[in-house]
Design a protein around this ligand. Structure first.
Ligand code: GAP
Length: 439
């Protein structure tokens, strides 16, 4: 048996469309660059990843969640530095009108799109925030932004959370939600999008203890990716040197994943100092200080360790890592199998009546109805059983349960393991416990 990893993103894009993980947004109108829709399987996969992150963060004594609005007071983005500083340098090719980020191409070379030499405009600053207007009057006072990161919704709720939960430092606030960036060059499937989802946690600590907290979170975050099934050889740390530290950080490191197009950032762990809370204090004129009852009621602005992971990039990494092309010697037995960990897999089991016969379907339906209260299950009756196994392999279903003619006699079914393809005969009343044990 030979086994091959994913080596071209195109293979994954095609599987995702064919099986219903992801579709181009507004595809019937030709699609839109940087926007994607999750299909029936993609949405389950996404839910599973969100749930593992949410549990990882909030099933602790000292982390709580919020769900802030996407459009916030415009001053939030002035305070955070996004209005003045969330900028990429942009150039256009005068010949073919293609648009590039000036820092990603060599301006002395020909246009990568049409090959014309000396064709670029002067670089100009381009703010990546999408703006919109609030209310019926179109004047400058009605301008608002779609949030480019979820973090600020956490910072501006710092006082509310401290007052309502009475949490003591160190404690964290977690949030999952959409973020929007008008990327100049979206691409590489869902790696760089204009609308995406972030899972961010701000961990507030006493000034001076931030590096210790950062080390703890670095370890916790890497372990989370490993627990979800990413292979350690495909993960690495990418520390930020003094030249590429963000304006708010005194230390930062990324977790990068080895995507088919090369290493790319999946998560950032940033020591954001007291920058954000101090800025909001300054611009809002409100007191945003922590009163440390364990330290003589001293008042200070907490420091922050942020863990910020892209949900879509995590999903992309999980799909890239899970993808295996296996060949048992002949074309007939070649299969593509998504080896998701069971807690990540969109479907946990598939119930497959061997043929479209009422007696088999009756048994299969009864089993499906029982199992679906406990696991997400698929039910598939059309096509040869071999084809149906291949389909379930491609969507990463850990177990296929076949109801066959013997079932009518012995009240047992065949359960096929996705990875080993080994088959077990299990009595119908034991199927649930068989799956619970293995999932
Ligand atoms: N609050 C900090 C922050 O937003 P970031 O490094 O700009 O930091 C965090 O973004 C994560 O969000 C990235 O590691 C990446 O996973 C994800 N992300 C950023 N831009 C993205 C984009 N255009 N498309 C998809 N995911 C993106």
């Amino acid at each position: 048996m030979t086994s091959e990893n994913l080596n071209s993103m195109a293979d994954l894009v095609s599987l995702c469309k064919r099986r219903g993980f992801l579709f181009q947004s507004s595809e019937v109108y030709g699609g839109m660059g940087g926007f994607w829709d999750y299909g029936p399987l993609g949405v389950e996969l996404k839910m599973n990843v969100k749930n593992t992150w949410w549990k990882e963060m909030t099933l602790r004594k000292n982390i709580v969640g919020v769900d802030a609005s996407i459009i916030m007071h415009p001053s939030v983005w002035k305070a955070s530095g996004h209005v003045d500083g969330f900028i990429d340098p942009l150039v256009d090719c005068k010949q073919c009108k293609a648009r590039f980020r000036a820092d990603q191409i060599d301006l002395n070379k020909a246009c990568p799109s049409c090959g014309t030499a000396d064709s670029f405009t002067e670089p100009r600053d381009f703010n990546l925030m999408f703006n919109t207007r609030i209310g019926p009057v179109e004047d400058t006072s009605s301008v608002a932004y779609l949030r480019p990161e979820t973090a600020q919704g956490i910072f501006v709720n710092f006082n509310n959370v401290v007052e309502t939960t009475r949490k003591k430092l160190p404690f964290g606030i977690a949030q999952i939600g959409k973020a929007f960036r008008n990327e100049i060059t979206p691409g590489n499937f869902i790696f760089r999008q204009r609308e995406f989802e972030q899972m961010e946690m701000q961990y507030f600590v006493k000034p001076g203890t931030q590096m210790e907290a950062m080390e703890e979170w670095k370890e916790a975050r890497l372990n989370w990716h490993l627990k979800n099934g990413l292979r350690s050889e495909n993960l690495k740390w990418e520390p930020h040197g003094p030249d590429n530290l963000a304006h708010y950080a005194d230390a930062a490191t990324d977790i990068e994943y080895k995507f088919p197009m090369g290493w790319g950032e999946m998560e950032g762990i940033h020591s954001r100092t007291d920058f954000d809370l101090s800025q909001h204090e300054k611009l809002s004129g409100k007191n945003i200080k922590y009163v440390d009852q364990q330290d003589g009621n001293k008042k200070y602005t907490p420091y922050v360790i942020e863990t910020s992971v892209g949900l879509d990039r995590t999903i992309l990494a999980l799909m890239c890592d899970a993808y295996q092309r296996e060949n048992a010697g002949d074309k007939e037995n070649e299969r593509v199998v998504m080896k998701f960990k069971p807690h990540i897999a969109p479907m946990k089991a598939a119930v497959l009546p061997l043929m479209k016969k009422p007696a088999l379907e009756e048994k299969a339906n009864a089993l499906f109805n029982d199992l679906q209260h406990h696991f997400h299950c698929d039910y598939d009756v059309s096509g040869s059983i071999g084809k149906r196994y291949r389909r379930q392999d491609e969507i990463g279903t850990p177990f296929c349960i076949t109801v066959d003619f013997d079932t009518l006699e012995d009240n047992a079914v065949t359960i096929r393991d996705r990875d080993t393809m080994k088959q077990d005969r299990v009595s119908l009343d034991k199927v649930k416990s068989f799956l619970i044990e293995r999932l």
